[in-house]
Design a binder for this molecule. Sequence first.
Ligand code: G3P
Ligand code: MG
Length: 245
Amino acid sequence: MKLDIPLIVGHRGAKASSPENTLPAIEEAHAQGATWIEFDAKLTKDGVPILMHDETLDRCTNGKGNVADHTLAQIRELDAGAWFGPRFKGTKVPTLEEAMALMAKLGMGFNIEIKPCPGREAETARISCALVDKLWPKSSPVPIVSSFKAKSLEAAKASHAHLPRGFLAEELTGDWLAAVKALDCATIHPGFRKLTQAQVRTAKDAGYPVLVWTVNDAPKAKELLAWGVDALITDAPGAIGAAVK
Ligand code: G3P
Ligand code: MG
């Protein structure tokens, strides 16, 4: 499977300058020159994958309560942009289907992070992968399905083994390479704070692309690239992209 991962991946779209995980955030990342974005996917009460990071609606919408307790119709009533700034008022929580349609139109690629509500690890992966498999154009860049949750990665592998999986970790600890292999992942996505140059070398020597998050500092971005990482997942794709050119 050929992965065509760019150096810069917009985090939750372009989180620094737009309401995260929304269609305007995808447009903003594109306007800043990003060709790929990362976003978080979870299920509504009625099982529809939407873009949302938190378990609750409170931070990124004008609603309240658990995402898993609200149907898509209820969530679509909410405003997911006004909290960030008045010009984003009226922005809706996007479905995965809508996000993919926009990214395909813009010629972008993506890393979908399966971010399940507790207890929904397997079904979030299965349903999201099924939609990606069905709707994402085969001519577009092959997407990466990542998760912190082993259960989600296992479910993704069981149902859609051909979609490459990304091993997400705040920190690479213990025998992390064995875990990457056991989950049959194609890429490794470590947080940057505790990542070491030796770990990057180990990952690269083992043949894995390394995508590091969330890198918003230009000197750190340059250092990580010097270590040999493949991609920087950043809230500010324009600025970080310009800094590492
Ligand atoms: O996928 C990279 C990064 O998004 C993981 O952390 O909490 O921002 O989803 P989080
Ligand atoms: Mg994420």
